[in-house]
Write a protein that binds this ligand. Structure first.
Ligand code: MG
Length: 207
């Protein structure tokens, strides 16, 4: 199983970190050891002083494939979840400055929070609304209608480089509003169904 992540996939988020809007998807990966499931707490790692939350819609790949053609890309996922791409922003800034890879800032243990999956037909698939709450207050609000590279384009692009396998996960990028977490924070991922109802898909306490 692999975890493929897309960076800078919402224009407002790219702008808040002073990054240009990319012409192609920005792709990185996390190993399976990054997964944090079942509402387990996140233990603040000793190597960073600036861990940021990034809530993202997560696709679960349901079909094996490579070089997926655009007209078939929609068949490669049937369920979505919400997750957090925890990022050691202080370390990422250093890596970026030096032109180094991001893994130690992005792919560390427990950096990929993953909530419960819901079937695609529970949501308005072209405009999925979601929110991250920190200690009860909304800090990030997203709508997948604003994705620079929609789900199908991501699948087409990444499958040129990496064979997709059933069970692979794709973190599709975070909307604006990223920010630091502190020990004691409670993070909750809220999805809005097509009827507009709130559904909490994960909660994660920072310890
Ligand atoms: Mg991210």
């Amino acid at each position: 199983m692999k975890i493929i992540c897309i960076g800078r996939n919402y224009a407002e988020h790219a702008a808040e970190l002073n990054n240009p809007v990319p012409g192609k998807p920005v792709v990185f990966m996390k190993p399976a050891t990054a997964l944090l499931v079942n509402d387990k707490p996140f233990y603040y790692p000793e190597f960073s002083k600036e861990i940021h939350h990034e809530i993202e819609v997560v696709l679960k790949i349901c079909k094996n494939g490579r070089h997926v053609q655009p007209e078939f890309a929609g068949q490669y996922y049937e369920q979505i979840a919400l997750g957090i791409d925890f990022t050691a922003r202080d370390i990422q800034d250093e890596c970026k400055k030096k032109g180094h890879p991001w893994e130690i800032a992005k792919a560390f243990d427990d950096s990929a929070v993953l909530g419960a999956f819901v079937p695609l037909d529970a949501v308005d698939a072209k405009q999925i609304r979601f929110e991250l709450r920190k200690n009860g207050a909304p800090v990030q609000q997203g709508n997948t209608a604003d994705l620079l590279f929609p789900f199908e384009e991501i699948i087409v692009y990444v499958s040129r480089f990496f064979r997709l396998h059933v069970g692979d996960l794709i973190y599709t990028g975070t909307p604006a509003g990223v920010g630091p977490v502190q020990i004691g924070d409670l993070l909750e991922g809220i999805l809005f169904t097509k009827e507009g109802k709130e559904k909490k898909l994960f909660s994660c306490e920072v310890k």
